[in-house]
Design a protein around this ligand. Structure first.
Ligand SMILES: *Cc1c(COP(=O)(O)O)cnc(C)c1O
Length: 374
């Protein structure tokens, strides 16, 4: 694929002078890991998600592995996961020695389908991981009810959903624990980094020990742990990022609303759906598109970056031995496309993205009806 000068990138972190200054303060303090910035980042994150405990870890993936390790999920156990997700939702289950069991997703919002989860439960199932796809919460009430009936854990993969709400309450406190990620394509970034939120003080203490070599006092190692810490530089960036929390979510929502308004009525495109009982934070703006590959090529040729989020996990070479039918996931993977929808986009950028989608379908003789006046 030849190099293109991107006119509109798919995602761009919002980083400013404030983050740089915070890193400078870490440098002059001389304390580069496990210090006050990590504590501040955790406290601020917990407050924003209305949960008593937040524990920062080196990545979202290690955070998921840490949650399952702390819950003593391991060899012989099964964990139900969606396949329409980044692969590490499933590979983190392998990391702890357990078996991921793939379930299908809802065709409208791409989150794990509770009725399909139910069919995949066995006496070995220990947990369900619900991914809040793209920043919109999964069906938490239904999933909680079925996990409670089965006596298993619900874990939230909220990697993409910082600040999203379900029936008015922020994600992060519905399951036994929730994981968040801070890689640069997410709405908030620390370069690399992850966070676990939980209402369970014992679980939080186990996570703190796990990330720091199982250490309870200096050179006293009571359990098997790892080095899963974040640095003070990352925590400092994260602390400043969280001061932009409401502004970032508001801007994301404006960009998504404008895109949907401009894409409405284009024959061949189904803009994303936001359900009335939840607030989407739009880490991803994902459409369903006829002739998806041709549309992606049209956009690329015009300098607009798009991507399939995600090539299904169960189709990855690492899971080639897994025999599972996921018709909705496979069908979606053939038509989904994520368009740029980030905080650095101007109105002109948004119009350019939507305009190119419209031009692509108009050139193919598709109709375009303007949204009816309301
Ligand atoms: C980004 C992401 C992860 C992985 O997080 P890392 O911080 O990159 O390890 C896991 N699950 C989902 C749904 C993600 O989007």
């Amino acid at each position: 694929m030849k190099h293109v000068e991107w006119r509109v990138r798919l995602a761009e972190p919002l980083l400013g002078q404030e983050e740089l200054e915070a890193i400078g303060r870490v440098f002059s303090s001389g304390r580069l890991t496990a210090g006050p910035w990590t504590e501040r980042f955790e406290e601020q994150f917990a407050r924003l998600h209305e949960v008593p405990h937040a524990v920062a870890l080196s990545s979202g993936t290690t955070a998921l592995a840490a949650i399952m390790t702390a819950l003593e999920i391991g060899p012989g156990d099964e964990v139900v996961v969606p396949s329409m997700t980044f692969v590490s939702t499933a590979t983190s289950v392998l990391h702890v020695g357990a078996t991921p069991v793939f379930a299908d997703v809802r065709p409208d919002i791409f989150t794990i389908d509770p009725s399909d989860v139910e069919r995949r439960l066995t006496p070995r199932t220990k947990a369900v991981i619900a991914v809040h796809y793209g920043g919109q919460p999964a069906d938490l009430d239904e999933l909680l009810a079925l996990c409670e009936d089965a006596g298993i854990h619900l874990i939230e993969d909220a990697a993409e959903a910082h600040g999203a709400t379900y029936k008015g309450r922020r994600v992060g406190s519905f399951g036994v624990a929730a994981m968040f990620s801070f890689t640069p394509t997410k709405n908030f970034t620390t370069g690399e980094g992850g966070m676990v939120t939980t209402r369970d003080a014992t679980l939080a203490a186990k996570l703190r020990a796990l990330r720091n070599h199982g250490q309870t006092d200096l050179y006293v190692h009571e359990s098997l742990g790892y080095n899963w810490r974040i640095t003070e530089m990352q925590a400092a960036i994260g602390t400043v990022q969280l001061s932009r929390f409401d502004a970032v979510i508001a801007k994301k929502r404006r960009v998504a609303a404008k895109l949907s308004e401009l894409l409405y009525g284009i024959d061949g495109v189904r803009p994303p759906v936001e359900l009335p009982d939840r607030m989407h934070v739009w880490m991803l703006y994902t459409i369903l598109a006829e002739d998806r590959d041709a549309l992606a090529e049209h956009m690329r040729a015009r300098g607009i970056e798009t991507r399939l989020y995600f090539p299904p996990a169960h189709r990855q070479p690492i899971f080639e031995d897994v025999d599972v039918e996921l018709p909705v996931t496979d069908e979606l993977a053939a038509t989904m496309l994520s368009l740029p929808a980030h905080t650095r986009m101007s109105d002109e950028d948004v119009e350019c993205v939507a305009g190119e989608v419209r031009d692509f379908y108009c050139a193919r003789g598709h109709d375009h009806q303007a949204r009816p006046a309301t």
